[in-house]
Design a binder for this molecule. Structure first.
Ligand SMILES: NC(=O)C1=CN([C@@H]2O[C@H](COP(=O)(O)OP(=O)(O)OC[C@H]3O[C@@H](n4cnc5c(N)ncnc54)[C@H](OP(=O)(O)O)[C@@H]3O)[C@@H](O)[C@H]2O)C=CC1
Ligand SMILES: CCCCCCCCCCCCCCCC(=O)[C@@H](N)CO
Length: 326
C-alpha cells in the first residue's frame, strides 16, 4: 500500500478557509444591492455645510434631484448658489430644525417622495463631561440622535409607499467616535453610538420594502463645524483623534456616496477607519461575503491591534494628566 505523501496533506490546508468562504457566500444577509443615484430624489439634512454640502455637490453632479435641509436660511441660500455655479443644478432648500418633528415632516412632505435619504446633520463640542452643561449634553443627543429619528420617521411612510422606483436608501452620517468612545466625546459618542442601534433595527424593519440602510463613519474632516470645534477641543481629544488623521470633505463625500451606491451597511473612509470597522463589527449586517470572511479571520488579531491602540491612548492620557497637575 502506498503511503500518503506528506505533500498531499499540504493540499488539505486551504480546505478550511475555502469552506468558510463558501459557507459565507451562501449565508450572508441581506443580499448585495446597488442603489442608483442618477435621476433619483436625494434629500440631505445638514446639506448647507461641510460633509452634507459636499454630498449635495456630488449628488447634483451625478444627476440627482437634490433637496437640502438645515436651520439657517442664509446658509442654505449660499449653498444653493454654490452648487448651481459648480454643477448647474438647482437644489431645493428647506429651513427647519431637526428637533422640531412637525417642521421636518412639513419640509419632507413638500419635497416629494425620497429615494435616498442622507441624515447628516450634527453638532459637536468636545469637552470633559464635568465641564459639559446638562443643556449642552441634551442638545447634542437631541440634534444628533433624536433629530435623526425625527427625519427618518417623517420620511419613512412615503418611502415605504413608493412604487416601481427602484431600491431606496436611508444613510446616516455617524463618526469614528460612534465606533469607539473618545475622551471629550461622552455626549457626542453616545449620540453617535445610538445611531448604530437605530440603523441595525431599522434595516430589519425596512428590508422588505427594498430600503437599504448605510452608516458612514468619517474621521476628523475639514469642515466649518470642525474648524469651530478645534478652537476648544481638549488636547487629549486631539491626540486620540489624530490616530486616524484627517480628511477633506470631498474625499469623505466620495467614500460615502460610493458606499451608499454599493448598498454597504458600514462605510469607513480611510485605512484606520477600515481597521476600526473590522474591530467593532459586532452583530452588524454584512452583505459582502469577502468582507465577512475577512471579519472572521481577523477577529482575533484585530482585537490585539485594538488593545495596542488603547494602550497608546491611556499612555497619552496619563502623560497629559501628569503635566496638568504639576
Ligand atoms: N467634521 C468632522 O470632523 C466630522 C463630522 N462628522 C459628522 O458629519 C456630520 C456633518 O458634520 P460637518 O459637516 O462637520 O458639520 P458642519 O457644522 O459643517 O455642518 C452641519 C450641518 O448640519 C446643520 N444642522 C446643525 N444642527 C441642525 C439642526 N438642529 N437642524 C437642522 N440642521 C442642522 C447645519 O446647518 P444649520 O446650522 O444652519 O442648521 C449644517 O448644514 C455631523 O453629523 C458630524 O457629526 C463625523 C465625523 C467627523
Ligand atoms: C483596530 C483598531 C484601529 C483603531 C484606529 C482608529 C482610531 C480612531 C480614532 C477616533 C477618531 C475620532 C474622530 C472623531 C471625529 C469627529 O466626529 C469630530 N471631529 C466631530 O465631528
Amino acid at each position: 500500500m502506498a503511503a500518503i505523501s506528506p505533500f498531499f496533506l499540504l493540499f488539505l490546508i486551504p480546505i478550511v478557509p475555502l469552506s468558510i468562504l463558501a459557507i459565507l457566500a451562501l449565508i450572508v444577509r441581506p443580499l448585495p444591492i446597488k442603489i442608483p443615484i442618477k435621476s433619483r430624489h436625494v434629500f440631505i439634512t445638514g446639506g448647507s455645510s461641510g460633509i452634507g454640502l459636499a454630498l449635495a455637490h456630488r449628488a447634483a453632479a451625478e444627476g440627482a434631484r437634490v433637496s437640502i435641509l438645515a436651520r439657517s436660511a442664509g446658509k442654505l441660500e449660499e449653498a444653493k448658489k454654490e452648487i448651481q455655479l459648480a454643477t448647474g443644478v438647482e437644489v431645493a432648500t428647506f429651513s427647519a430644525d431637526v428637533r422640531d418633528y412637525d417642521a421636518v415632516s412639513k419640509a419632507i412632505d413638500e419635497s416629494g417622495p425620497i429615494d435616498v435619504l442622507i441624515v447628516n446633520q450634527g453638532v459637536f463640542t468636545a469637552k470633559e463631561l464635568v465641564k459639559h452643561s446638562p443643556e449642552d449634553v441634551k442638545f447634542t443627543i437631541d440634534v444628533n440622535l433624536v433629530g435623526s429619528f425625527n427625519v427618518i420617521k417623517a420620511a419613512l411612510p412615503a418611502m415605504k409607499a413608493r412604487k416601481d422606483r427602484g431600491p431606496a436608501s436611508i444613510s446616516l452620517v455617524s463618526s469614528q467616535a460612534g465606533q469607539v468612545g473618545v475622551y471629550g466625546y461622552a455626549a457626542y459618542s453616545a449620540s453617535k453610538f445610538g445611531l448604530q442601534g437605530l440603523a441595525q433595527a431599522l434595516q430589519q424593519e425596512v428590508i422588505a420594502d427594498d430600503i437599504h440602510v448605510t452608516l458612514i463613519f468619517p474621521p476628523d474632516t475639514n469642515t466649518p463645524g470642525f474648524e469651530e470645534e478645534q478652537k476648544s477641543r481638549p488636547e487629549v481629544t486631539a491626540i486620540i483623534a489624530a490616530s486616524s488623521g484627517s480628511m477633506e470633505t470631498e474625499e469623505v463625500a466620495r467614500k460615502a456616496m460610493d458606499g451608499i451606491k454599493a448598498g454597504k451597511f458600514t462605510v469607513s473612509c480611510n485605512f484606520e477607519g477600515f481597521l476600526l470597522s473590522l474591530a467593532t463589527t459586532g452583530m452588524s449586517p454584512q452583505r459582502s461575503f469577502w468582507l465577512a470572511f475577512l471579519e472572521v479571520i481577523t477577529a482575533g488579531p484585530i482585537r490585539l491591534i485594538a488593545l495596542f491602540f488603547q494602550w497608546d491612548w491611556y499612555k497619552a492620557i496619563e502623560k497629559w494628566s501628569k503635566t496638568k497637575t504639576k
